[in-house]
Each structure stands twice: as C-alpha cells, then as structure tokens.
Design a protein around this ligand. Structure first.
Ligand code: AMP
Ligand code: MG
Length: 343
C-alpha cells in the first residue's frame, strides 16, 4: 500500500514538473526591428508561424516603400510625379491607396490632400533641406495643389500639369493593414505592429489581457497616459514628430494646412485616432490635426466610426466616449481631461 502511494506521489510530482516546464500553452514569440518608409518599425507576433509571417510582412512593407517613396527614382510615385501629364500605369496597391486617399480628401474637405507634395518640398520636408518659403512662392505653389486634379482610371494615374503626389500621411496605415492581413493569413491571432508609432494590434496579448500603449506627451518627454486596446489600430499625428527651427527662431512642423500652405498651428499638439482600420486612423489623425479642435469634434459627431484623444497646448486632453474607460493619464501629469459626448 505504502509503495503504491509512493509511486502515485512520484507520478504526481513528475506530472507537476512536466506541466511547469511545458510552455506549449504559451505561443511562440517572434519579433523583428527594421527601417522602412523613413522610420523604425517593429513587428511582434505570437504563434507557430509567427516568424515566417513577420518576414513576409517585412518584405511586403519594403516593397510598398519602394513603390511609394517620393525620392527614389525607381518608385512608381516618382514615375507618376515626373510623367508630365501622361497617364502612368501603377500597381494594384498604389491604385488602391490613391483611391482611399482621394476618398479621405473628399470626406475631410481637403484637410488631407495627397497633392500637397510641392508645398512640402518647398518647406524642405521631403529632402530635410529646410527653409521658409516666401508668401509669393506659397501662393503660386498652391495652384499646384488640389485632389480634384488627379485622375485614376483602372490602374492608370493621370495628373494635371505641375501636380505631384505624396502618400506620407496614409502610407504607413495602409501598410499596417496589409501586414496584419499577412499575419492573420499565417494563423497569427496575437500581434503588435508598430510602424513608426503607427500601431496596429491583432487580438489581445497571448495571456488574454489588452495591449497597453503609451500616448506620448507632445510637450515633454515620455508618455502622458496609457491606452488599453485589443484588435484595434492607434495612430498619432503631431507637429512635434518632425519639425525644424527657422532662422526666425520659430518652429515649423511637417503637417501642412492645404488651404494656406503653412504648417498647422491651431492649438492642437497631437491627435490620436483609435479604430479598427489602420489606414482610416492614419488618414484621420493627419486631417483632424489640420482641422483643429472644434472641427475635429464636429467630424467625430458626424461619422462616429472612430475614437480620438486630442491634446491641446493649454494642457487639456479631449477624449471621446468610447475610450474614456480605456485611457488613464499618468499621475505626474497635471492635465485636465474632458470627455466629448454625442450631442
Ligand atoms: P502623419 O504623420 O500621418 O500625420 O503624416 C504627415 C506626413 O504627411 C508629412 O510628413 C507629409 O509627408 C504629409 N503631409 C503633411 N501635411 C499633409 C496634408 N495636409 N495632407 C496630406 N499629406 C500631408
Ligand atoms: Mg496620417
């Protein structure tokens, strides 16, 4: 009897040890860091096929970068921008991105406009040779801006004379959606894609808890708060991300108001958009930053297909109903939080 108990005990101990050392219930983690689309990217994914899925996604992002780079002479956008009004055949991905981009230009009444390139170029944001263009120069370049001057028939793009495209405001969001699809097709059900601050999450963390994302303090260092999400995209735009200080001592940011040709200066420091679709988040974060606080709130109340966190230069945070319980401000930040509700 005693021997039997001892055998059962040994068996139980062995079972316990095997259970502890067996981490098959925890999916395998894979991660990759790389540079593409002018920014640092990281993809972390869990699951048996995660490693090969990440490598496929990375390859696809590099491919999209090679199609959409405005400075690479071999890119499709370079060919379109130097086509002198002739129709140019492009890939399905580029045609889709332009279709989406033009749709968002209409939706935001031109706050986001892919034809902003000549103005970006004049300020040096495409080459990092920064300068302050004169009012006259901007006035004449604004004649070359207007999304209504772009024709897309099937996969062929035709630009009116002097018009040039830039997908800087939507390309990363689009790439995040395409990459997430590659991961999902490989059986990945838990992943975090960080394409230069353009975040896309698949599912929740492997332990079932939500992803906790820091929202950057646009004025100081570190984060202003933490946002908990699962299966959502989170994209932030702000002029603090890329800017230069002019000879006049003023800082000029990389997001331009297409109505004036000037870097946006409207009291907003950052706009974070939260929604299912990463490309929608990317397009809206840029365009609502251009619109300013009041119009951004109006836009949310009209469409209601996203949530947002707006940070203003008078130390206030405005967030929509859907994220009020998902966002917590860090204790050491003395900011006032206002919740935006439906009317
Ligand atoms: P994001 O970081 O997504 O807000 O996009 C900003 C980038 O989009 C800039 O670096 C420019 O390349 C480009 N851009 C700036 N202003 C605009 C605008 N009003 N519409 C479209 N693209 C813009
Ligand atoms: Mg954007």
């Amino acid at each position: 009897m005693k021997r039997k108990t001892a055998i059962v005990l040994i068996f139980c101990v062995m079972l316990f040890i095997t259970a502890c050392s067996d981490n098959s219930s925890e999916p395998k983690k894979s991660s990759a860091d790389f540079f593409a689309m002018d920014t640092y990217m990281n993809i972390t994914a869990y699951g048996e096929n995660a490693k090969q899925a990440i490598s496929q996604a990375k390859k696809q992002i590099k491919h999209l970068d090679s199609l959409w780079s405005v400075t690479d002479e071999n890119s499709e956008i370079y060919a379109v921008n130097h086509s002198n009004g002739k129709p140019t055949e492009v890939s399905k991905e580029t045609a889709e991105l332009l279709t989406f981009s033009l749709k968002m230009s209409k939706r935001t009444k031109g706050a986001i406009d892919p034809t902003i390139y000549p103005i970006l170029n004049a300020w040096g944001f495409t080459t990092e040779k920064y300068r302050i263009p004169s009012q006259n120069e901007i006035k004449s370049l604004l004649k070359r801006v207007g999304y209504d001057k772009v024709r897309l028939i099937d996969n062929s793009i035709q630009l009116a004379s002097g018009i040039m495209l830039d997908f800087g405001a939507v390309g990363k969001g689009y790439a995040s959606e395409i990459s997430a699809e590659i991961l999902r097709n490989n059986g990945v059900s838990s992943a975090l894609l960080d394409l230069g601050g353009n975040i896309k999450t698949i599912g929740s963390k492997p332990d079932g808890s939500e992803w906790r994302l820091g929202v950057r303090n646009p004025k100081g260092k570190g984060n202003i708060g933490v946002l908990s999400v699962s299966d959502l995209a989170v994209v932030t735009s702000g002029n603090y991300e890329r800017y230069f200080t002019g000879k006049d001592g003023k800082t000029y940011g990389h997001i331009i108001d297409p109505a004036t040709g000037q870097p946006v200066e409207n009291g907003l420091l950052s706009v974070t958009i939260i929604a299912k679709d990463g490309k929608l988040c990317d397009a809206l974060s840029t365009s609502l930053f251009v619109m300013g606080l009041d119009k951004a709130i109006e836009h949310w109340r009209k469409y209601k297909d996203f949530d947002m966190i707006l940070i203003t230069d008078d130390e206030k945070i405005y967030l929509t109903n859907g994220v009020r319980d998902k966002f917590s401000v860090n204790k050491d930040n003395n900011v006032k939080v206002n919740v935006i509700n439906f009317k």
